[in-house]
Design a protein around this ligand. Structure first.
Ligand SMILES: [Zn+2]
Length: 635
């Protein structure tokens, strides 16, 4: 199997030219990222039980300050990677502290009269606990007095059990979140969850080796921690901008920002500290309007408006601005300048995309055309380390105009395998196509290689020369990418192409996401597993009663569609009694129905066959489905 290669001459030339195009570096970001450093633990290394390492900066030692960008890393991404490699406890302002570099996100501690208010306790419990320990070591062994979740993404709540004990939760310690938090946290990623999770392995490069030819940074932070993820629901919701709290002597003023970076999100201000928390609405780069793992696109216009509102509400009074990723900014004029340009960054992309769309340009053309104006391009915090100008403009197009670009030639094309066969024939056969691909590779036209050779890989995934050439091209594109996710996507594609065909397939962790769902949403999630072809003309119904729940559900199949509703009573349909957990195990094939009936986990009232039929109609999703090559036939 081929291994990662060095940068070609073309890539060296590209990255050298890129370096000369970058803004002047005053090193202000490095100063800000290091300001207020108090202390850390060696390599920020955190272990879970049994010595399993869930976080470790040691593999990124190759990015140490002062080292020049290797030829295999875009020099701008290299700079961001170096900034994101700092770790430890930092003073934001006296009374407000952040632990950065213990996860992809930051956790913030606010000192109250008696203890600490925790803002955004990271992705998993072990790094969150290590961060709290570091805080206590330097600032005193005080209790946690409240938790605030800025928004509904897992890197901001998943580690909460690392800062809260069972006792804290039982006695109802205040946990504050924006309105709609729980619904968004639980359901944003469920119905398309398998596809998103698989694609996330590309976007975050979790399976890439760390190193100059592998993973260097995610742009938004280093990477995601790998400890225990949990969700403790909030005890109260913020439902209006202007809401004020005093918690443990600390005044907080909230600004709700729904449908911005997350469906449920909020900024807030600490008047006593003159400190503004911008959640994840303003980070030190261009964020995603579309996240390439796949998700609904975000509203650039609303996002920009809420940043504008924050400027009016808070910015002129603030001495420091911080967020749940990256480093803070100090000084009112710098804060206003930063927020103003962040506001205009998203509005510029929104407005100019629609201007060009109204001229008839298609998404690919708009992405190729769009350039930031000089004032925005002069900043480091507008750069494409996470979202890119290219794919964010496509997100705006999609939000208003959808996937079809209007050209009938793209309304009804052949699918990839069929198109691939025809392109190979057109090229004069596999060898002729490969020769053309190699010519383009030698010229450094890797985008064309990727498009051309992809046809051959889909026509014949066993063509190892094609797979390797395609991998080589994707790899150079990765080495040239300024965006952490783009780099990871290209390099992960290269890695999977270099494996023997289909060897990437291994079983994932089916059902892990399902376990967190309430009954209603669990049954919803099953409806996208119903195999419509198998269901055909089947038409039946049964009742489900989950253990410990009062209500019964009526589940029915008709027109190859799965329905569920609360059973109002009086139904004569067969009844199945079981736990939600058992239903998940049966549905994903971890338990056989006969066994579950035999050991009493399932009780069926005259409906064994109906329930067995239902389970037989549910598809099981393969986590490692094919991306860079044809998949198995799915009926
Ligand atoms: Zn985040």
């Amino acid at each position: 199997m081929e291994q990662p290669k060095d940068a070609t001459e073309a890539t060296r030339g590209f990255n050298d030219a890129f370096a000369t195009s970058l803004p002047h570096d005053t090193r202000q970001d490095f100063e800000d990222a290091g300001r207020g450093f108090i202390g850390s633990i060696p390599d920020a290394r955190v272990e879970a039980g049994g010595g399993r390492v869930v976080w470790d900066m040691a593999p990124y030692a190759f990015e140490a300050d002062g080292l020049p960008a290797p030829a295999t890393v875009n020099p701008s991404l290299w700079r961001q990677a170096q900034l994101n490699t700092r770790h430890g406890l930092f003073e934001v302002t006296p009374g407000i502290y952040q632990v950065r570099g213990f996860d992809i996100s930051n956790v913030t501690f606010i000192e109250g009269k008696t203890g600490y208010i925790v803002v955004d306790p990271l992705t998993s419990a072990e790094p969150a606990a290590a961060a709290l320990k570091l805080m206590r070591q330097h600032r005193g062994d005080k209790p946690v007095t409240a938790v605030i979740y800025t928004h509904s993404h897992v890197d901001h709540y998943g580690g909460v059990r690392g800062v809260l004990s069972d006792d804290d939760i039982e006695r109802g310690l205040r946990i504050i979140a924006p309105e709609g938090f729980l619904e968004a946290a639980v359901s944003e990623n469920i119905l398309a969850g398998n596809a998103m999770a698989r694609r996330a392995t590309y976007m975050f490069g979790a399976l890439l080796p760390r190193g100059p030819r592998g993973h260097v940074d995610s742009g938004l932070g280093k990477a995601t921690s790998q400890g225990a993820v949990s969700l403790v629901p909030p005890t109260e919701s913020i439902t209006a901008t202007g809401t004020r709290h005093t918690i443990d002597g600390v005044d907080i003023v909230y600004q709700l920002t729904p449908d911005t970076e997350a469906p449920a999100e909020m900024n807030f201000y600490f008047p006593q500290f003159k400190a503004l928390c911008m959640a994840e609405n303003c980070t030190c780069h261009l964020h995603n309007l579309y996240t390439p793992r796949g998700a609904q696109v975000r509203d650039a216009r609303g996002w920009s408006r809420y940043i504008g509102e924050a400027i009016g509400l808070f910015a002129t009074d603030a001495d420091v601005e911080f967020a749940s990723h990256h480093w803070p900014r100090w000084g009112s004029s710098r804060i206003v300048a930063f927020l103003t340009k962040q506001r205009d960054l998203y509005k510029f992309i929104h407005d100019q995309t629609l201007r060009l769309a109204n001229h008839g340009l298609t998404p690919i053309e708009i992405g190729e055309t769009l350039r930031l104006p000089p004032s925005l391009a002069a900043e480091w915090h507008t750069r494409s380390y996470y979202g890119t100008l290219n794919h964010n403009s496509k997100a705006v197009y999609q939000r208003y105009l959808g996937w079809f670009d209007g050209n009938p030639a793209r309304l009804f094309p052949h699918p990839p395998v069929e198109a691939g066969k025809r392109y190979v024939e057109l090229a004069g056969g596999a060898d002729a196509l490969l020769a053309k691909g190699r010519e383009a590779f030698a010229k450094g036209d890797y985008r064309w290689v990727a498009e051309l050779v992809n046809h051959l890989v889909f026509a014949d995934p066993d063509n190892i020369a094609a797979r390797n050439l395609q991998a080589d091209a994707l790899e150079q594109l990765g080495y040239q990418s300024e965006s952490g996710p783009w780099r990871a996507i290209f390099l992960t594609g290269a890695q999977e192409l270099r494996m023997p065909p289909r060897s990437a397939r291994r079983r994932g962790l089916p059902g892990a996401q399902l376990r967190a769902l309430p009954a209603d949403e669990l049954l919803d999630a099953f409806s996208v597993r119903l195999n419509g072809n198998k269901a055909g003309a089947r038409d039946f119904a049964f009742g489900i009663q989950f253990e410990g729940a009062a209500e019964r559900w009526r589940v029915s199949i008709e027109n190859a569609v799965l329905h569920h509703e609360v059973d109002a009573g009086g139904s004569t349909a067969p009844l199945v009694q079981l736990s939600r957990h058992t239903l998940i195990e049966l549905a994903i094939g971890e338990t056989a129905l006969d066994d579950a009936i035999a050991d009493g986990r399932v009780r069926v009232d005259g409906g064994r066959q109906v329930f067995a039929d239902f389970l037989g109609l549910l598809d099981r999703f393969e986590f490692f489905f094919a991306i860079v090559e044809p998949g198995e036939e799915v009926a």
